[in-house]
Design a protein around this ligand. Structure first.
Ligand SMILES: [Zn+2]
Length: 134
């Protein structure tokens, strides 16, 4: 049975260089509902990929190392370089993220859209077998 994935697409903008990055915010009733799910993007492209991480990948990610997952995204989806978002700090419940394109930048969410809206605007959401995007 496919794992049903629900969420929204986030757009973040870098305050330094103006780059925009996309992310997928998973929504679930419980932590169990979203455990193991990872989203990545390819800087410069309107794309956000969704995968269910393997144990090694998820473990490394939880220890703060996203590179194992980035390699797995690359194998799964190909194309230009995949990156996972890197949170710098939390301001209350709002995450401030590192820019994926410049060193100094801080990125904040400026828009949240449904997956359908994102795709309508030309965005892509590749995901692996075993996942069903709600
Ligand atoms: Zn930047």
């Amino acid at each position: 049975m496919a794992r049903r994935v629900e969420g929204t697409v986030l757009r973040r903008r870098c305050a330094s260089c103006g780059a925009e990055h996309f992310d997928f915010q998973f929504i679930g009733d419980t932590d169990m509902a979203t455990e193991g799910l990872l989203a990545g993007t390819s800087p410069g492209h309107a794309v956000v990929g969704v995968r269910e991480a393997g144990d090694a990948e998820w473990g490394a990610y939880c220890r703060g190392d996203p590179t194992v997952a980035e390699a797995a995204f690359q194998r799964a989806f190909g194309g230009p370089g995949w990156r996972l978002p890197r949170v710098l700090r939390w301001e209350g419940s709002v995450g401030v993220y590192a820019c994926l394109e410049c060193d100094a930048g801080e990125c904040r969410v400026f828009e949240e859209v449904t997956p359908a809206e994102f795709i309508e605007r030309g965005g892509q959401i590749p995901y692996e077998d075993g996942i069903e995007l709600a």
